[in-house]
Design a protein around this ligand. Structure first.
Ligand code: AMP
Length: 406
């Protein structure tokens, strides 16, 4: 059995998933959180199929622990204990490799990259562009290297899939020298998801990826849209940082940049305050008081006008991006919804694609309402553009890319 451990590390937590690369099945998943706080917490889950038959229940097997976890290195020891106590044993099935999600690869990284000291220096240096993410990703890498010194470690970058953007798509219309000096341009994010989903869409349709023009709508707590032509990202909604573009759970997405200056001048808010406002207190949360689309919808149904406006702004922006990418691509074969909202919210999908029949987009209301965890088509049989719902699997994509270089 050839297994890959995928690690997604934040500043005070990390998630992991163990994947059998022969079958691409998930063997275990877990979360170590509240690292550095007085009371840490760890959860380890193995799917029901892998639980010894005598212990089987209907639910996946989950073990939890509360204990102080001073740092990421201690966190990895907790994770190792969980594997030994609950399985699968990593000593009996040694890892083939470890794949690390790294948010910002700048211009430098466009492929899965075996982690050397130089790569780590580069990731650290790119923290200038992703101050919340890259240092946290690096903490996870260093702790994992201590825990598994003999296993190859590979970095898979969120930005990598968008390296194919042309200057017309990635340049901001500002002073060129200033932009160059400070590396100000669009990078795009959610790349592993957009890549995975666009490939799955081609497989679902049974058509070569190279022939397809696609729009992928990754609508989770963070949200982004990507235009994919022949398997290459040609336009994407997130920018220098994951703030640009669509309305998200807590992020504003597109906004007149002068709003920042206006708020600073009128209220005395510092740039850090405005950063927090736009990244953490805006989007659905800012407009409706709830960052979860389910809450927004139920509040709207109960007559909460702010929630209705928030929903309308969300789908208005989304439809705008669909229109933009229809124009950029000229011909679109398939539009795919993915991630928490995209996979589960029929009202969002229906509203975002309503009134687009003239562009060959016809949703089947019944198919759209069907609940399923499988990839599925929700457009009518006679729709020129296939509309799909495909569950994303960023961990599997990271594991595949990791295997491609070890
Ligand atoms: P993700 O970032 O992909 O894990 O997506 C998380 C988000 O998906 C949550 O914040 C919810 O807003 C959203 N979500 C999950 N299930 C549903 C649902 N049934 N309807 C609407 N939104 C949902």
């Amino acid at each position: 059995m050839s297994t890959v451990l995928v690690v997604n590390s934040g500043s005070s937590s990390f998630k992991y998933q163990l994947i059998d690369m022969d079958t691409e099945q998930m063997l275990a998943t877990g979360l170590v959180e509240r690292i550095g706080e007085s009371a840490g917490h760890a959860v380890h889950t193995i799917p029901e199929d892998d639980v010894p038959s005598a212990d089987r229940t209907d639910a996946p097997q989950t073990s939890e622990r509360d204990l102080p976890i001073p740092d990421h290195t201690a966190g990895f020891r907790v994770m190792l204990d969980a594997f030994e106590a609950n399985g699968p044993s990593l000593t009996r099935h040694p890892l083939r490799a470890i794949g690390h999600r790294v948010v910002h690869g700048g211009k430098r990284f466009f492929e899965p990259t075996p982690i050397t000291n130089l790569v780590k220096i580069n990731i650290e240096e790119l923290a200038e562009l992703a101050p919340l993410h890259n240092p946290a990703n690096l903490q996870g890498i260093e702790a994992a290297q201590k825990a598994f010194p003999d296993v190859p470690h590979v970095a898979v970058f969120d930005t990598a899939f968008h390296q194919t953007l042309a200057p017309a798509a990635y340049s901001y219309a500002i002073d060129a020298a200033l932009a160059e000096k400070h590396r100000v341009r669009k990078y795009g994010f959610h790349g592993t998801s957009h890549k995975f989903v666009s490939e799955e869409a081609a497989a679902f349709l049974g058509r070569p990826l190279a022939d397809l023009n696609q729009i992928v709508l990754h609508l989770g707590n963070g949200a982004s849209a990507t235009a994919v032509s022949g398997g290459r990202s040609v336009e994407t909604s997130m920018g220098l940082t994951p703030l640009e573009g669509l309305v998200m759970g807590t992020r504003s997405g597109d906004i007149d940049p002068a709003v920042l200056i206006h708020l600073h001048r009128r209220t005395g808010m510092s740039f850090d305050d405005i950063d927090t406002l736009l990244n953490r207190k805006s989007g659905l949360l800012g407009m409706a008081g709830a960052n979860d689309m389910r809450d927004v919808l139920s509040r709207s149904a109960a007559g909460d006008e702010k929630a209705t406006v928030a929903f309308d702004v969300y789908v208005h922006r989304l439809k705008g991006y669909v229109g933009n990418y229809l124009a950029q691509l000229g011909r679109v074969d398939v539009i795919t919804f993915t991630a928490g909202v995209g996979e589960n919210s029929a009202p969002v999908r229906a509203a975002a694609l309503s009134g687009l029949e003239a562009f060959g987009i016809r949703l089947d209301p019944e198919r759209n309402e069907e609940k399923s965890r499988e990839a599925r088509r929700i457009s009518t049989d006679d729709s020129d553009v296939a509309v799909l719902v495909i569950p994303t699997n960023e961990e599997l994509e990271i594991a595949r890319q990791t295997m491609s270089v070890v």
